[in-house]
Design a protein around this ligand. Structure first.
Ligand code: CU
Length: 349
């Protein structure tokens, strides 16, 4: 039983900090991911090739921006915007916008077993109603994915078409994965799309990053199904934005909290952290007295002593304060870890 709970704890630790990780899907698969409620997911795919025929090494770029908002109940709405698309060529429309909704019927990212989602979409460049049924199966460190896609007017041509895609992502460690996929139209008149990637979870952050090679120019349902004549290199970066983080814009200052503060210490001096400065940057107290730092800024600060003279504070949130008692005479210089240019000194006599 103990062993089982330890294994479960390890599994939980291995899961990424936030949903929507490149460690669980191939570059050209929409996957089954849905952002957590109140989270805006911003993903940025950037691919390019270098034309050296003219000797000028011209770089041509193929970016796709993804924005998706988690609505709760495994629902999301989102958009893909590709600014150099080859999906609609006649008449040529380089800018491709797709809006979509997604409903994850079952499963969750990183959870063992099946995950299934439906993604109805509309492609404004092609004037096409598109859709994808995505299925993932995760077993241990491997996730296998498949997608069935339908389009009412793919490429802006008045013919309904279907495409299929499949791929896999293998997590070599908790932080590194390799993935690959291929997508093709049924009875294809166009080139199939493929991709391979090396994916990393950036430690201590909710971000994932991939280095990739592919022949697809955009990350829409249509773009993920059609290859381009050239091999493109590039990357994807995933950024979850918690809307809660922006609440200070709309609400009063958060409740005051005090960190540290040994019982019975007489507070002999106050230091305000304001405008990214320590106001009262040099103070003198007697041994056994305490100093209180109060954060009047909307960002987090720390009181970190140089050369580890004293333990120092954890992160002090906006409106938070930190109390520290100095028992020995000396000169204690300190700074803020996120803002090393914030400096101060406590002189204890
Ligand atoms: Cu600071």
């Amino acid at each position: 039983m103990k062993r089982v709970s330890l294994a479960l704890a390890l599994l939980a630790a291995a899961a990424p900090l936030q949903a929507q990780s490149l460690l669980y899907r191939g570059p050209n698969l929409g996957g089954t991911w849905v952002p957590d409620p109140g989270v805006v997911q911003f993903n940025f795919v950037h691919r390019f090739y270098v034309a050296d025929a003219s000797g000028e090494h011209k770089v041509t770029n193929y970016p796709t921006f993804t924005f998706a908002l988690g609505l709760g109940h495994d629902l999301a709405i989102g958009t893909h915007y590709g600014t150099n698309s080859f999906v609609v060529r006649n008449p040529y429309r380089p800018n491709e916008t797709e809006v979509y909704a997604r409903w994850r019927v079952t499963g969750a990212e990183g959870k063992q077993g099946f995950a299934v989602s439906f993604t109805p979409a509309y492609n404004f460049a092609a004037h096409s109603a598109d859709g994808e049924l995505g299925v993932d199966y995760t077993i241990g460190r491997l996730t296998v994915s498949g997608a069935a896609r339908g389009m009412s007017k793919a490429f802006g041509i008045d013919t309904a078409r279907a495409a299929f895609a499949g791929g896999a992502a293998a997590r070599l460690t908790d932080y590194i994965a390799v993935s690959a996929d291929v997508g093709s139209f049924v009875s294809p008149t166009v080139r199939a799309a493929w991709s391979v990637a090396l994916n990393v979870l950036i430690p201590g952050s909710p971000h994932t990053f991939s280095f990739q090679a592919s022949n697809a120019t955009t990350s829409t349902i249509e773009g993920n199904s059609i290859g381009f004549g050239k091999m493109l290199y590039g990357f994807e970066f995933t950024i979850p934005l918690h809307l809660k983080r922006f609440s200070p814009w709309f609400h009063k200052a958060p409740k005051p909290v005090t960190i540290g503060g040994p019982a019975g210490a007489a507070i002999a001096a106050e230091v305000r952290m304001s405008s990214v400065k320590f106001i009262g940057d040099s103070i003198t107290i007697a041994a056994g007295q305490a100093v209180r730092w109060t954060n009047a800024d909307p960002v987090e600060h720390t009181v970190t002593f140089d050369g580890a003279a004293e333990p120092g504070s954890p992160v002090i949130p906006p409106n938070g304060s930190y109390v520290h008692r100095f028992d020995k005479a000396g000169r204690y210089s300190y700074h803020c870890t996120p803002h090393p240019f914030m400096k101060g000194v406590v002189i204890v006599k």
